[in-house]
Ligand binder design. Structure first.
Ligand SMILES: [Zn+2]
Ligand SMILES: [Zn+2]
Ligand SMILES: [Zn+2]
Length: 146
């Protein structure tokens, strides 16, 4: 039970980390890697933006490694939370919204349509500076109203 609680908190916490990273790092110091992603006609086969998946993969691998030392410990569930979030992020941002892989046909799910609208708003801003909707799984409620 406590493991599940750790997993869930990490998962939710990752949304905050993503928001902060996106707002202050991707649109800040590391804009070089994220700029491509804001080009309107960009082909999403491989993006410089993908480096951010690697950056989040490293702590997860380390945590998994130490999380299975002497039986499973809480580090394992922290790693699981980060990895699961990364997977959801990829499925929503890269597959569902940007259609890098055509795995899903157009969805009618209100939540998913809202997420997509919010992220499209984010992409309306082509520059580094101003922007909105830096999160991924939590977006302002106004986007859910069609
Ligand atoms: Zn952005
Ligand atoms: Zn993309
Ligand atoms: Zn995007």
């Amino acid at each position: 039970m406590i493991s599940f609680f750790i997993f869930l908190s990490v998962f939710l916490f990752m949304e905050c980390i993503t928001w902060l990273t996106h707002k202050y790092i991707m649109h800040g110091l590391m804009w070089y890697f994220h700029a491509d992603h804001h080009q309107p006609k960009y082909e999403h086969t491989f993006e410089r933006n993908d480096i951010f998946f690697l950056i989040f993969a490293i702590p997860s691998i380390v945590l998994f490694y130490f999380g299975v030392q002497g039986g499973m410990n809480y580090l394992f569930f922290i790693a699981l939370g980060i990895t699961t979030y990364g997977f959801c992020y990829f499925m929503i941002h890269d597959v569902l919204i940007h259609q890098r892989f055509k795995w899903f046909k157009k969805t009618k799910n209100k939540y998913l349509v809202g997420l997509r609208k919010a992220h499209k708003m984010h992409h309306k801003h082509l520059g580094k500076q101003d922007g909105e909707c830096f999160g991924m799984l939590f977006v302002p409620f106004k986007y859910y109203k069609i």
